[in-house]
Design a protein around this ligand. Sequence first.
Ligand code: 1CP
Length: 355
Amino acid sequence: MTALKNDRFLRALLKQPVDVTPVWMMRQAGRYLPEYRASRARAGGFMDLCMNAEIACEVTLQPLDRYPLDAAILFSDILTIPDAMGLGLYFETGEGPRFRKVVDTAEAIEALPIPDPEKDLGYVMNAVRTIRKELNGRVPLIGFAGSPWTLATYMVEGGSSKDFRKSKALLYDDPKAMHMLLDKLAQSVTSYLNAQILAGAQAVQIFDSWGGSLSSAAYQEFSLAYMQKIVNGLIREHEGRRVPVILFTKGGGLWLESMAATGVEALGLDWTCDLGVARQRVGDKVALQGNMDPTVLYANPAAIEKEVGRILESYGNGPGHIFNLGHGITPEVKPENAGAFINAVHDLSAKYHQD
Ligand code: 1CP
């Protein structure tokens, strides 16, 4: 395997010294880039893009060719798992993801198969292998999956939701059925992430995008408990290196201590948390990733730099911070503003890493 030329992302995840704070952006390959829109049109559609290893690799590298990012993230989607369980994922133009089949009864949950990652999701592993080869050690590659709770919301609702009406009703009406669904998803996500690691992913992130919609009690029982199961089952060393795990619960600021106790290397924070306070709360346990409000990228470059400076100052001196947005970059952002953001992180952070 080729040696890594830039490993500051992996080093920061392990709280090892770095020269500047590493940075990447959630959803860094995507609709805000004209070259992404062109590749997507050439592929035919979003799922065609995910299933074509060459084009998935091409769009993974597009943001890296524009900006000095410190990590690449596999181009795929969290909804590949429910698709492989037979739900039939599709995208209508201009709309979010939809499923042909909804899973909202105990019987439907019972009938769900647990996908075999190499057999049923082989296209994802092919993309991982292709990207690793093409990266040739430039930066580390992040693999990812959705959390069981976040995936369950899409499966029960049949797509995106604002209020999670059906998924929360099922959780309270029939907690046993919800637990069965979450357990199947935890098993599926564990083997899916392990297959990504064996195929070449050098760190993995679990996206719990909708964990923050739950009450504290329900979060512990229906989201965190299943992420803990996944973490317990993950391969933690590969190619002679630690494979760090990042847990991102959007809206999870109240639960940082229990998230840190799962044994992951890092927590992803949304923009509602104060990074300095979060650092005090988790102590030496985990590194922190985040957490600029993605809408700051609609402002001018000077305002973006100011906000980057404020966040760096709030984390303070020393390693253990990976700069990111507090959620994904949005399609309306001007690509040059993303560039101003990334350059500001590198330019302004050196002084926090001097001893
Ligand atoms: O129209 C298009 O081209 C599709 C837009 C798109 C893109 C670019 C979707 C559909 N997925 C993706 C890629 C994607 N999704 C990545 C790629 C790697 C990168 O970050 O560059 C990743 C990591 C995801 C993860 C994902 N998908 C999440 C978790 C992260 C988050 O933003 O909270 C979620 C919730 C999804 C579901 C999904 N897939 C696509 C969309 C538009 C959505 C969100 C729908 C919703 O808000 O409910």
